[in-house]
Design a protein around this ligand. Sequence first.
Ligand code: PMP
Length: 411
Amino acid sequence: MIYLDNHATTRVAPEVLAAMLPYFTEEYGNAASVNHAFGWRAAEAVERAREQVARLLNCPAEWIVFTSGATEANNLAIKGLCRLGTLARPGTGKSAHPPGFVTNAAEHPSVLDIAKRLRRQGIDVTVLPVDRHARVDPQQVADSIRPETMLVSVMLANNEVGTINPLAEIGRVCRERGVLLHCDAVQAIGKIPVDLQQLPVDLLSLSAHKFHGPKGVGALIVRRDGPRIPLEPLFDGGGHEQHLRSGTLPVPLVVGFGAACELADDAVPRPLGSGHDVVERSRPLPDGRGTDSARQMAALRDRLWQRLQSELEGLSLNGPPLAKRLPNNLNFSVAGVDGEALMSSLKLIAVSSGSACSTAEPEPSHVLRAIGVSDVLSRASLRFGLSRYTTEAEIDVAVAEVAQSVQRLRA
Ligand code: PMP
């Protein structure tokens, strides 16, 4: 079976696995053990990984808080700030209004479900609509901010339709109004540049398993070159990770995360300097420098879509034009077939209908709904996620498989 579901997760790169293995076998020390060399070497490995993550994101290593992944990082960022708002209010002289949180309808469930919970707890939550490309409008963000708004959360790249949000503009809007901005950058890493010298975000979530690192590790990046961001930890314990995330660090996973960041770093061009919007910089450089795997994924994805369209009628692209989305994403609906029958007829390729993260509920994808795709077409939609390992031969098998299945189902 050909794996084309790289928005759900990715294979661990061989060099990442090789970097991790010694930390399962010989170097099994606890990075918090200060009394012996096992601990020191584990701590050194963790700090090396922290540097690798920092280099990828172009930020100081002190900004990185290791977590179990992006779900935890999103929870830490959003609950850590918004709950603090409710806790801190009595006696502080702040207004009696509940703190406000602004997000949008196309976020991952690990943000939207937090929003629902916060709303139940009395926090004033605004879920902005998105446009037909799943893009958040900076002006709507600006209009939604009120004096009690504490935090805005907007993803950099969408996991279903690959939309790249205008984070530079949204960040400017938030800064002008003195509101913190959190960004779920999970799907962007290794596909488009994510540079914290350029991106005006205060908190950023990432997850290693989305870019050829291991599952179960990620980070929240906490900006520290401005006013202190008053985060409340999710759990209490030994005070690891600057008292923001207690718990023994999974050293092998952290090492793998660092190695994956190094791998991702050569996938996308380094920024050209200030003034470039993130979408602008996500396009291949005109002189052909860098961006090799991003460019390669985009070329294969374009081939996939062109060939499918030449084989089949009645396909409709979901989300933004290909040139304006993640280089590895394709999402389309197939008219005139039953979605479930289509999925079960695809034996040779692993793809997703809607988001893998919400397969527990058979509901049509909330993102496709938010961009106005009918429930019938949402169910008959396929999401392809390519990786740096995807080959032309695999794409051609995928085209033949989808074309034959659809023709059979329509016959
Ligand atoms: N955000 C986005 C956009 C995602 O795609 C995912 C993974 N499906 C997550 C958050 C959750 O990440 P993790 O698996 O690390 O908890």
